[in-house]
Structures are given as C-alpha cells and as structure tokens.
Design a protein around this ligand. Structure first.
Ligand code: FEO
Length: 392
C-alpha cells in the first residue's frame, strides 16, 4: 500500500512471476496491476487486479482504510487483469455497489453473472459524489476495449486512466514517479503500447482530445508508476505513437532457418552501423529469438520509419515467424513506413515478392524490388552495402 494523497491510496500489486502477458507478450521485468482507493465520506475502489493476489490486495486495502467498508467499485475496464476479482470483492464487502457504464453491463453479466439491476450505470460526464469530492466518468472506447472509461477526480486533478499511459514493468514501493522514472520505463512503455494498444491509434487520439481540457496533475493508470513529474513526456509518447509518428532509422526484422538470411541481416546491420544510421535488429526465429521476441520488433517499428524484413522462402511462402510479424503490422494498421525485403531461397524464391505484396497492401513505400538470393549468403554474392545505401 502506498498513500498517494490524503484521499488516494495505491493498493495494487506487482506480478514478477508471469512469463507472458495475455499469454503472448514476454514481461521479463514484470508488470503491475494497479488499483486505487479513494477514501472520503464514502470509499471507492477503482478497478481490481488479476486473480492470484487476493491476500496481498485485501491487506493493502486494509492498510489504506482499516475496517471501513467499501461503498463503490468503479469498473473502468473489464479485461480480466483488472476485473478478475469483482465477484471476490462482492462476496467480501457487503453492500458494495458496482459502478460502470452501459457497455460494461453485459460483460459484468458474462464474466461474473452480475445482474444489470445491480449495477450503478454512469454515462459520459456523469458524477458520483463521495462526500467532499466526486468522481466523474468519461468514455474512451477502444483504449483498450469498447467499454473502457476513465475516472476523473477533479478535487485532486487526478485521472484514473485505465490502460491509457500504462507500461510493462513492476514498480518500486515509492509508486509515484521521480525525475528519472520516465527514462527508466520508456522502452517498456513503448513495448506495452505497441503490443496492447497499438491497433487503436485513432481511438487513442480521440481520447487524448477528449481529456485535453483537464488540468491533469496526476495520472493513475492500471499498469506502471503513478505519474506526477513526467506527465508531459508520458502524454507525448502516447500521442506520437498513436499518430504513428517515427524517427529516422531502420528496424531490421528477420527469421532464418540455417543462418543465411541471418547473415545478410547482420551484414546490413554492420553497414548501417558504419554509416551512423540508427537501427534495431530482431531475430524472430524460434530459439534464436531475443528475450522480447515479436514484441521487441513491434516496439521498434513504432520507433523507426524504415522496416527491413528478411525471410527465407518456406513452402513457397514466407517463413512463418516472419509472416506472423507481417500480420501483426496489418493488425496494428501501421502506416507511413518505408519498406525493404530480402531473403534466401534454395530452388525458387517467393518470400521477397510476397513480403513486398503485403507491404504494398499497407501502402508502405517500397524501396526497390528487394534482394532475393539463392542458397548460401556470401559477401560477394549478396551486396548489403548497396541496400544500406538505398536505405540511407
Ligand atoms: Fe490491462 Fe486492457 O487491460
């Protein structure tokens, strides 16, 4: 538990054991499931946490409010990393009233069997008085599910923002950020955005415009530190990523069966290094994949303006891990990128052509026909220096 202000208490937990968030995304530095108590004449809990941490959660709430009952449970977002314990809380706290918006009602029924008449339904801009302060609700659909809303506590200039402005990474016991916190979390915030929210750039922009008039002095999101000192940087990174804004640089993403496409990728990286062109390189293939796998590649295609993809021809198609990557780009509606493809084949090349076709379907700027080479890589046969010149 951490006291955030006279009324607000952090009662969330860290999860340092989970390997894959959503069963998909590696979280080597953990994740926090954030929940907050607002204690006034009435006591409100903003979201719950993932199941498996019940004891710690209840202890945190107890430290915050002692024996007081909880009057309201505000459900900003129904994804189970925040809603798993709703039934548990209803069993534990007599008279606890669920506060949610209309789109949440059927999800409460479906996940927890809660009848619509047992939900206090709030609409856009409506307020719930806690006594000396009020909670106000604003809908931010598709950030990250259709039912998502934020809760604004005007008297504290505090935004309980749901997944918006969240990040991977456990948090320390200070909970509230300091001057170094943003830089500490920047890469994990980008990776979180790219993996979880990346498809929803337009709804994020809509939400940012809607919330733009609020005098925000504190952001309490569902994942990561409480932001007070770094609010402009945090909002800026979400703004830039949701506009698909990038810096000059190259993200090389490849898969390789026997090392030839990999050798070409490494050669290109060396050429970019020599030219001083910023780049990142990600191997997606099985045991060779880095700790972050696909998620690291997705983070960096939100960082750089040029995507270079390497794939051998496999079953007359694209090597499956690379195909998954391309589908992930399509799913995230990535736009405004330069694109180049390369890769090896043994008896008939298809991967480079197919990669270019996929890139064309996303309206990327295709930088030439690509480089499809037979059998083994060698520096004499495969001129990655010319490719680097093209990219520069
Ligand atoms: Fe952290 Fe969309 O849930």
């Amino acid at each position: 538990m951490k006291k955030i202000s006279e009324r607000i208490f952090y009662v969330g937990v860290n999860d340092d054991d989970k390997v894959l968030f959503e069963g998909l995304w590696p979280i080597p530095v953990g994740v926090s499931y954030n929940s907050y108590v607002v204690a006034d004449e009435k006591v409100a809990l903003i979201d719950t946490i993932e199941s498996g941490f019940e004891e710690e959660f209840i202890a945190n709430i107890g430290q915050a409010v002692g024996d007081r009952n909880i009057d309201y449970l505000v459900v900003n977002h129904m994804e189970p990393d925040h809603s798993s314990l709703i039934s548990y809380m209803l069993d534990r706290y007599q008279g606890l009233k669920i506060v949610a918006n209309a789109k949440t009602v059927p999800m409460l029924k479906g996940y927890h069997g809660i009848s619509p008449e047992d939900v206090l339904v709030m609409g856009e801009g409506e307020e719930l008085s806690l006594g000396s302060c009020s909670l106000r609700f604003h809908m931010i659909p598709m950030v990250h599910w259709p039912e998502t809303m934020v809760t604004w506590l005007e008297e504290e200039n505090t935004l309980f923002s749901g997944d918006a402005f969240g990040t991977f990474g456990s948090i320390d016991e200070e909970v509230i950020d300091n001057d170094d916190t943003f830089e500490q979390y920047r890469d994990e915030m980008m990776r979180y955005y790219a993996c979880i929210v990346g498809k929803y750039g337009v709804p994020v922009q809509t939400a940012l415009k809607k919330l733009g008039g609020l005098q925000i002095k504190r952001i309490c999101s569902t994942h990561g530190p409480v932001w007070e000192r770094n609010i402009p940087a945090v909002i800026d990174i979400y703004d830039r990523m949701s506009r698909y804004e990038v810096e000059r640089g190259v993200c090389i993403v490849y898969g390789s069966m026997y090392g030839n496409t990999a050798a070409a990728a490494d050669a290109l990286a060396m050429e970019l290094e020599e030219r001083g062109i910023p780049y990142a390189i990600h191997d997606l293939a099985g045991n060779n994949a880095g700790e972050l796998g696909l998620s690291g590649a997705l983070r960096d295609i939100f960082r750089y303006d040029t995507i270079v993809v390497g794939s051998p021809t496999y079953n007359n198609g694209i090597y499956p891990p690379v195909e998954t990557f391309m589908k992930a780009l399509q799913a995230r509606l990535i736009k405004g990128r330069r694109f180049y493809a390369f890769g090896s084949y043994t008896w008939a090349g298809a991967s480079v052509r197919l990669l270019n076709e996929l890139a064309s379907s996303m309206n990327f700027e295709i930088l030439g026909d690509g480089l499809s080479f037979p059998q083994a890589y060698s520096r004499d046969k495969v001129d990655m220096s010319a490719v680097a010149d093209l990219l520069g």
